[in-house]
Design a protein around this ligand. Structure first.
Ligand SMILES: [Zn+2]
Length: 264
């Protein structure tokens, strides 16, 4: 069994401030260690479930947050950014049996996490066909378009509810909860234990975790600044809905993720 684990930062236990998400910040180190250990816990669960090939992507900001030395020997870790439409799941292809997400967070437009956002902090909300979309949804749909089911996610509690709107069989583990500009966090030992057990369980149920990807998707982005909407409007096929909002009708997920590279 060959599995892919994409790891973000704002949904790991303890992450609370924007400063802490920046490589080099004094708060970043201990949280980057927790990001590594939650990813390692997912790898251990996958190995227990029979995974023989595991690719882990450091998918936050610089893509250079985790400590390679702490991973089990079965794992290959992807650092940095390919610069392709695959974005936070670069290197994923149809040879993988399952896709998993660790440290993921609520999308822009959600109060589920003080660090809620979708790809960057320039937008207020991103929608697919009129419904709030997330980093999870875009990469899970992208994986599904390659035939790879998304079987597991860990992050904030509100994100788990969002994921279950698309498939209730996906194992979702909440390691933190947003409380206004505060967070309630599980102790690392508990968070890592739940992730390890969750991944093991998820891989045994992976065949129920396929998603229905719409035939075409209207990507709508509402920006905080009018000039970002103006800039995006010059991409071929993009329409301006109002001074802050643009829309792009994507013919498939590869088309959507390609447009996203330039307009989001
Ligand atoms: Zn993110």
């Amino acid at each position: 069994m060959k599995v892919y684990i994409s790891v973000d930062f704002e949904g790991i236990s303890g992450s609370t401030s924007w400063n802490s998400t920046n490589l080099g910040d004094i708060e970043h180190g201990p949280l980057a260690r927790e990001m590594t250990l939650e990813a390692v816990a997912a790898c251990k669960g996958a190995i227990k479930a029979g995974a023989t090939e595991i690719y882990v992507k450091d998918a936050h900001d610089s893509g250079r947050n985790m400590d390679l030395s702490l991973f089990p020997k079965e794992v290959k870790v992807i650092f940095g950014w390919e610069g392709s439409p695959a974005s936070m799941v670069c290197g994923l292809d149809s040879s993988f049996d399952a896709l998993m997400f660790v440290g993921y967070h609520s999308p822009a437009g959600s109060k589920g996490n003080p660090l809620s956002h979708t790809m960057n902090r320039r937008n207020n909300i991103v929608k697919f066909n009129g419904k709030i979309a997330s980093e999870f949804l875009m990469h899970a749909f992208y994986g599904q378009s390659l035939g790879v089911p998304s079987v597991f996610i860990s992050g904030d509690e509100a994100l788990c509810g969002h994921v279950h709107e698309y498939n209730s069989h996906i194992t979702a583990v909440a390691v933190k909860e947003g409380l206004g500009n505060a967070t309630i966090n599980l102790a690392p030992e508990m968070a890592q234990e739940k992730i390890c057990e969750g991944v093991y369980h998820a891989l045994l149920n992976k065949d129920k975790c396929h998603l229905d990807v719409p035939d075409s998707i209207e990507l709508e982005i509402s920006f905080k600044d009018h000039f970002d909407a103006l800039r995006a409007s010059f991409f071929p096929g993009v329409r301006m809905l109002d001074e802050y909002t643009v829309s792009y009708m994507a013919k498939d997920m590869n088309d959507l993720m390609t447009a996203k590279m330039f307009i989001l």
